[in-house]
Design a protein around this ligand. Structure first.
Ligand code: NCD
Length: 532
């Protein structure tokens, strides 16, 4: 008996939205579909077709595209459904309409899947969240899904699917390991950014990053790869890469994204391009069985994979682009609920128990001697003391940080002061202390703000010269619903400069940072607050 189809009406905003098991299932189905096309097995092909003229698939491309847009259009037509495309050059987005308003309206016309490309990062995630409210208030009897077809420098999850499928075709669907060289504009290329989580598909992963410093992979993706257990090596050019013996047989090129570069990088483009362009003289250094891949397009004047390679066994990029349609047909069949009902998700591991981030310290045994907090020469009789702030930072960093804490907690208008202390004798590290005599006790919302802006601190409530309550504060798992939060990425849908009215929201990462819920940018706890 088939259970609930877990794929139906799903969105794909980042590659992590589909689990490894789900992707393996998708690849298995894609293999079957591709074989059916190759053998003219129309019965099998029909098993993938949604075949409902009222099921709407809408393409909204706010950035240029050929392969992604056309392979999706062909995939949508295969489905025998209603296929539409928004003419973004004449739409009301150009009259200042918000993305949410535009997409809600199109969703209301009985459209179920949106394929969205935009330079605004995190757009699909926002639409996925906001459209639920729209559907509810308008009593829509169908679900709306969003598929990210590339958002700025962030991610390109369906490209990641077809890249993975193509690598697998060439290694006999061996998920045990992958050694891949990523070559080119790793800074701006969203297809390589999706690989930071995408390649978790393989049990053991080794990634060689080949790019000059100006085009290097951003640190947050390198960190992500390390956290995922990948072995990482970096090289400044193809020449440097080939001067050592351990060379991959899987080469993944990305185009210099001229349209996303600043003046300074553009000026050096000839020199940078040279570092990431394959040359004839490199041929004999390649290992047998090597394949080159590229999400394409390649530049007709300056191709980093030269055209003399088209007719060689190195050419994996053409089949990779063709695979785009098969993978996308399968994805739409899954989201449309046509296939996937037999997929059994692995038993969910119980979520690790969430440790509380506001911990009240038991003071009952401390009736005897207590720590006296004093400001200057006066012991504090009533009020609050925030202790152990930014322990380990330099005094000037601690001072800056205490200014931020006072702003975030609205402590600036209260009397009191701040202090930098070296802790107990013998300690070499510094910590900050904020005193606010006679201040009222902070409410829960304020304590949550304090935990987010000063994780690791303690909050002491003093009454009649005694610490009557003491809390140890740790980083909250999620931080949202505060007006003064801000993602630092100005291309993010939640950035105030986008004027989309999207509230900032962050998740804590395993290594104690805050990741933007939309664009994925990671921040230290000091960086998520508006600067004014
Ligand atoms: C890529 C893209 O747009 O991100 N192309 C694609 O979708 N096939 C890569 C690129 O533009 O360089």
């Amino acid at each position: 008996m088939e259970g609930k189809n877990v794929f139906e009406a799903r969105s794909l905003c980042e590659i992590n939205d589909f689990s490894i098991e789900e992707r393996k299932y998708l690849f298995e189905k894609t293999r079957i579909l591709k074989r059916a096309f190759e053998t003219n097995d129309t019965k099998t092909m029909d098993g993938f077709r949604i075949g409902d003229k009222d099921f709407g698939i809408y393409e909204v491309f706010l950035e240029n595209s050929t392969r992604t847009k056309e392979s999706f259009r062909n995939a949508a037509n295969f489905q025998q459904v209603k296929v539409e495309e928004l003419d973004t050059s004449t739409s009301s987005i150009n009259k200042g309409e918000s993305y949410a308003d535009t997409f809600h309206m199109l969703g209301g016309f009985h459209n179920s899947v949106f394929i969205v490309r935009s330079k605004v990062e995190g757009l699909c995630r926002w639409l996925e969240i906001d459209s639920r409210h729209y559907s509810e208030r308008n009593h829509l009897n169908y679900h709306i899904s969003f598929v990210n077809a590339g958002d700025g420098k962030h991610e390109h999850p369906t490209q990641e699917l077809l890249d993975e499928f193509s690598f697998l075709e060439d290694n006999g669907f061996d998920y045990s390991h992958l050694h891949v060289a990523l070559i080119g504009d790793l800074f701006h290329g969203r297809t390589v950014h999706s690989k930071a989580d995408g390649l978790k598909l393989f049990d053991h992963v080794k990634v060689d990053l080949v790019a000059p410093p100006e085009l290097a992979m951003p640190d947050n993706y390198v960190e992500e790869m390390r956290e995922n257990g990948f072995e990482i090596r970096s090289f400044g050019s193809i020449e440097e890469y080939l001067s050592q013996p351990d060379i991959s047989t899987t080469w993944y090129f990305t185009r210099p994204q001229l349209e996303r570069m600043g003046e300074q990088v553009l000026e050096k483009m000839d020199q940078l391009r040279c570092a990431i362009t394959f040359r004839k003289e490199f041929m004999d250094k390649l290992k047998p069985g090597t394949h080159f891949y590229h999400p394409l397009p390649r530049h007709k004047e300056h191709p980093t994979i030269p055209t003399f390679l088209d007719d060689t066994p190195l050419n994996g990029w053409e089949r990779q682009a063709i695979n785009g349609m098969y993978v996308r047909i399968t994805l739409l069949s899954l989201i449309g609920g046509k296939i996937g009902g037999d997929f059994v998700p692995p038993a969910e591991k119980p979520a690790p128990e969430e440790k509380p981030y506001i911990v009240e310290v038991d003071l009952s045994g401390k009736s005897g001697k207590q720590k006296d907090y004093s400001e200057g020469v006066h012991p504090i009789r009533n009020g609050i003391v925030i202790d152990h702030i930014a322990r380990g930072d330099s005094p000037s960093e601690i001072r800056d940080h205490m200014r931020l804490i006072c702003r975030v907690l609205h402590l600036d208008d209260l009397k009191g002061g701040d202090w930098i202390s070296q802790g107990h004798s013998g300690e070499t590290t510094y910590k900050g202390i904020i005193f606010r005599p006679d201040a009222p006790e902070l409410d829960h919302k304020m304590v949550k703000r304090l935990a987010a802006v000063a994780p690791g601190c303690t909050l002491n409530i003093i009454k009649d010269s005694k610490v009557v309550k003491k809390y140890r504060l740790y980083m909250p798992p999620r931080i949202y619903n505060f007006d003064d939060l801000q993602c630092t990425n100005d291309a993010c849908i939640s950035h105030p400069s986008q004027n989309e009215g999207v509230p900032a929201m962050f998740y804590r990462t395993e290594d104690g940072k805050f990741r933007c819920a939309y664009c994925g940018k990671t921040h230290s706890y000091k960086e998520i607050w508006k600067k004014n």
